[in-house]
Design a protein. Structure first.
Length: 260
């Protein structure tokens, strides 16, 4: 309960010296029934009674309870403060705060214009990034023998954000992260009036898309697919023609990460 203090006051005589009167109902002898009373006028003080003393005890008890509750609240507030994000962690507009562990905070500096927020390759922290894609090209003519299935060996990297292609392995793109990819290939053939042409996009030894054409249908063939691929999958572009003689070919191959 709420403690209401008592204002204690002394009993103060109005005048001095203080005078008392003895009242007795016997003559010449003070009996046990005699009364001694102050006859000097006085201002009454606060009585020293059980009620007033118990009031003090209740006040002390209430204070003890409040101190204990305040101690618990202070400990909880300290725990909240310890777990709180420091106000000075973000330094500029656009900064992001993220957890590196329970109640452990770190700052990710703002990205540049049009960058996207995504998880890092280890899936441990956010990072900024742009599109994930690669594009390679065969700029020098590659001879494709009639009746032979040949993988294009690319000689020029147009763009590569995440190490899809390597000069030491020129015939394929390697998928850097698992997810959905849009993949395409374009082949320009040397002209021949005979035979058919086949352009296939392969994942390893499995064909995902094939374009078939004949000599009367022009010299360019496009093939593409969208699929969920595993990290490390290899994408190559295979050509086959049966014109009866070798044909030169030029090619482009690209792959774009669409999402998880």
């Amino acid at each position: 309960m709420a403690y209401t203090p008592i204002t204690w006051a002394d009993e103060v005589p109005d005048t001095t010296p203080i005078k008392f009167a003895i009242t007795d109902d016997t003559a010449g002898e003070i009996a046990a029934s005699a009364q001694i009373e102050m006859v000097t006028a006085k201002t009454a003080g606060t009585p020293l009674s059980a009620a007033n003393m118990n009031h003090l005890e209740l006040g002390v008890s209430d204070a003890h309870t409040l101190v204990a509750a305040a101690s618990v609240a202070a400990a909880a507030a300290q725990a909240t403060a310890d777990a709180a994000i420091p106000k000075n962690l973000a330094t500029v507009a656009g900064d992001l705060i993220y957890a590196t562990a329970a109640a452990v905070w770190a700052r990710l500096a703002k990205g540049s214009a049009n960058q996207q927020l995504r998880m890092n390759p280890g899936a441990t922290a956010p990072q900024w990034g742009g599109a994930i894609f690669a594009s390679v090209k065969r700029t020098a003519a590659q001879s494709i023998a009639s009746g032979s299935t040949v993988s294009i060996s690319f000689d020029t990297e147009i763009d590569d954000t995440d190490g899809f292609w390597a000069v030491g392995n020129p015939t394929y793109l390697t998928v850097p992260y698992a997810g959905v990819y849009a993949v395409g290939g374009l082949v320009t053939w040397g002209y021949s009036a005979t035979g058919t042409r086949s352009v296939s996009l392969l994942m390893g030894s499995t064909s995902h898309a094939t374009s078939l054409g004949g000599s009367a249908q022009g010299t360019e063939q496009l093939t593409c697919f969208t699929a969920r691929l595993v990290a490390g999958a290899k994408i190559c572009l295979q050509l086959l023609q049966n014109s009866g003689s070798s044909l030169n070919a030029y090619a482009d191959l690209w792959a774009t990460y669409v999402g998880p």
